[in-house]
Design a protein around this ligand. Structure first.
Ligand code: DGP
Length: 115
């Protein structure tokens, strides 16, 4: 892991981040370079580089990431209009921060994948 990890620093409160939710397993904060009116990153509190590094014991944290996204979609009022959940993994997907994160995107109509 690059030291210090940017998202670990935000989770620990050592770097500023607009944290919108935090519990024992995950933290959610606004993306610094939003690509939609709602663009929130939901990350595991424990450092995990990417989906490629997940193991069976991470089942709970992965579930929590998605359930938190669903809850935040309601809170930000995009649950009726729709939203996109994205996890970029590795260089071909353009993963730029090597701390697993789920993008919650919504508040506008988005192009179809591959369209
Ligand atoms: P990805 O390309 O999937 O690795 O997405 C990384 C996201 O992280 C990207 O949308 C921009 C966001 N980001 C990068 N640096 C910072 C930062 O310092 N603070 C916050 N809140 N977001 C950041």
């Amino acid at each position: 892991m690059p030291s210090p990890c940017l998202f670990c620093e935000i989770i620990a409160g050592r770097l500023p981040g607009q944290i919108v939710y935090q519990d024992d397993l995950v933290t959610a904060f606004c993306d610094r370079f939003p690509r939609a009116p709602v663009h929130i990153l939901i990350v595991p509190n424990r450092h995990i580089d990417s989906v490629s590094m997940l193991c069976a014991e991470d089942e709970m944290v992965i579930g929590r990431l998605i359930l938190t996204a669903r809850q935040l979609a309601v809170k930000t009022k995009i649950d009726q209009t729709g939203y996109r959940l994205v996890i970029n993994t590795g260089p071909d997907a353009g993963q730029s921060v090597h701390h697993l994160h789920l993008h919650l995107l919504g508040g506008k109509s988005m192009p179809l994948m591959g369209g």
